[in-house]
Design a protein around this ligand. Structure first.
Ligand code: ADP
Ligand code: MG
Length: 560
């Protein structure tokens, strides 16, 4: 066997492996079956091409697109590697070249469409010629949960057997758990080695905020990014038009983009965004596929994205050049309900809907994450990291409290009203607000009526979102949205389980800053610390000599 590093230098001309590549190459060379999950552009092809060259024999690569095969074959031949493809677009001369090279055992890497391999004649011929490795590119096509399901891909498990149970490596950029387990059981008889790499984009700052004054929140984010290129995603065509207008009035160069626009206008706006600096594209999810603009400096979501995958992909359009880029996602209970409704009303099969619900729940949990957002996000993709220091939760810190009593108040309001009501009705009960419908149902007579009048409605909305994200309640959507208890919700209501909730999100921003300042001062400056004595002296001097207004430091809970 030739040293993989030598091939990397001598054949491909790369100075080093990218993250994850070497381990995968070594696993393949050790004869293991592999499932490799890496984002687009991470360098998955090398993971089967290099092992092929390090040993003898033929590798057959399954690829879903003729254009992809052509590019890869051209690139390999450019490196001096005997490669070819079998697909419906080949001319007879090309077919002959391929057949001869396979017969004479010169062919090293052969690309084939899944349709070609579904043909038993082809697989028998290949099996006779001897295949060493089967590489299945874009392997998510085997899964009906992906958006690219291809029935022929579902046959590949059988193809693998017809090729003599040949060693197999499957590669994809789609990481979510449902798709992954589908790939595993359709392609492999025994569990393959699983590699997940490169999903972290450390240059992206992650931040999510519950909508309070959504317009103000969005504008203050955009204000930090004047004259930079960025994308703002909205949930409807109307919303993109309206927001693009108000941003233009506020002096931004903002353009709308959605599928309802004339093709020409859309193409024009896209060109302006790509070619000019400092354009804000206000778009629906129709925008972004295949857009490769390296210096997008920010991505904002004016509303909750569709799923955690969609979120990751959409923010991933920022900072492709590796320089710092900023993101902000705004969300509210209304968005969560809307997204659920979209799932329930789609004509997908039940099992598909179940998966979509899970993906939405994962996103909701990310919105209300109690610790480093990047850790939570990457954990979803199967990667682990240290707290990142580049997300709102790491930067601002998180404060939590034992929220069992608060949770019980909400849970009990839900139970006492027969699990038949939505957010606003329940919150009216908690704060003791006598609306028409409260009176109509006689809910002002409930024991829970007004038990939460020590908190504002905004706080209760946040608490409700948090217990939803923690899996204590679930949203049922028959004719309208209503909350019901999960098993965990029942356990908390009965006092069998306790729950930690975040308290910082319940405070007003000014209060949050004040509390945080206080925590820091407490943490770093004990009252007899020389630094503090210096500060005391400084303050006295400033106040006396310069007439600077007094400022305050908190230490040991005392004012100075
Ligand atoms: P993927 O299939 O994961 O989207 P590709 O295999 O198409 O990615 O590779 C993307 C690009 O990265 C290609 O141009 C490839 O030549 C290049 N590349 C792959 N590995 C390396 C490496 N170790 N060093 C430098 N460039 C690499
Ligand atoms: Mg690829």
């Amino acid at each position: 066997m030739i040293d993989p590093r030598k091939i990397l230098h001598d054949v491909f001309g790369f100075p080093s492996f990218r993250e994850g590549q070497e381990e995968i190459v070594r696993a393949v060379l050790a004869g293991e079956d592999v499932l490799a999950i890496m984002p687009t552009g991470a360098g998955k092809s090398l993971c089967y091409q290099l092992p092929t060259l390090a040993r003898e024999g033929l590798t057959v690569v399954v690829s879903p697109l003729i254009a992809l095969m052509r590019d890869q074959v051209a690139a390999l031949r450019h490196f001096g590697i005997e490669a070819g493809s079998l697909n419906s677009a080949n001319d007879p001369a090309e077919n002959r070249r391929v057949v001869d090279a396979v017969r004479e055992k010169r062919m090293r890497i052969l690309y084939a469409s899944p349709e070609r391999l579904a043909n038993t004649g082809t697989t028998e011929w290949l099996a006779r010629s001897g295949v060493n490795l089967l590489a299945i590119d874009e392997a998510h096509c085997v899964s009906q949960w992906g958006h690219d399901f291809r029935p022929e891909y579902a046959m590949l498990g059988e193809v693998r057997q017809r090729l003599g149970n040949v060693q197999t490596i499957a590669l994809t950029a789609t990481a979510d758990v449902a798709t992954r387990s589908d790939i595993m059981h359709r392609l492999f008889e025994e569990e393959p080695r699983l590699f997940i790499h490169g999903f972290d984009r450390p240059n992206l700052r992650l931040a999510m905020q519950a909508k309070e004054h959504s317009r103000r929140q969005l504008f203050s984010f955009l204000d930090k990014h004047r004259h930079e290129s960025g994308i703002v995603y909205c949930s409807s065509r109307d919303a993109t038009e309206r927001l693009a207008d108000s941003l233009s009035q506020a002096g931004y160069r903002a353009l709308p983009y959605h599928a309802g626009m004339h093709q020409q206008d859309r193409a024009k706006n896209q060109d302006i965004f790509l070619q000019e600096d400092g354009v804000v594209m206000v778009a629906t999810v129709a925008f972004g596929m295949g857009i490769d603009k390296p210096d997008v400096r920010f991505v904002a979501h004016a509303a909750l994205p569709k799923s955690i995958e969609a979120y990751y992909q959409e923010i991933g359009r920022a900072g492709r050049d590796g320089a710092p880029a900023d993101t902000l996602t705004l969300y509210g209970l209304d968005d969560m309900r809307l997204r659920r409704l979209q799932i329930e009303e789609s004509d997908a099969a039940d099992e598909q809907k179940r998966v979509e619900r899970q993906r939405l729940n994962a996103l909701v949990a990310l919105c209300e994450a109690p610790r480093c957002r990047r850790q939570t996000l990457l954990a979803y993709f199967g990667e682990t990291t240290e707290p990142c220091g580049n997300c709102d939760l790491c930067i601002d810190g998180v404060m939590s409290f034992d929220g069992t009593i608060e949770a019980q108040k909400i849970l009990s309001a839900i139970v006492r009203t027969g699990e038949r009501f939505g957010t606003e009705h329940l919150i009216s009960i908690l704060v003791g607000e006598e609306t028409d419908s409260i009176r109509r149902f006689g809910h002002d007579k409930l024991k829970t009526f007004g038990v939460g009048n020590d908190r504002s409605k905004t706080e209760w909305r946040s608490l409700l979102r948090q217990i939803y994200a923690a899996g204590l309640i679930s949203l049922e959507l028959a004719e309208y949205g209503r909350w019901t208890l999960t098993d965990r919700g029942v356990a908390v209501l009965k006092g069998q389980e306790r729950i930690e909730l975040r308290s910082d999100v319940l405070m007003k921003p000014a209060e949050r800053r004040r509390r945080r300042g206080r925590m820091e001062a407490e943490a770093i400056v004990p009252s007899d610390d020389p630094l503090l004595l210096d500060l005391k002296a400084l303050r006295t001097r400033l106040a006396k000599e310069e007439g600077v207004p007094a400022y305050v430091i908190f230490s040991d809970r005392s004012l100075i």
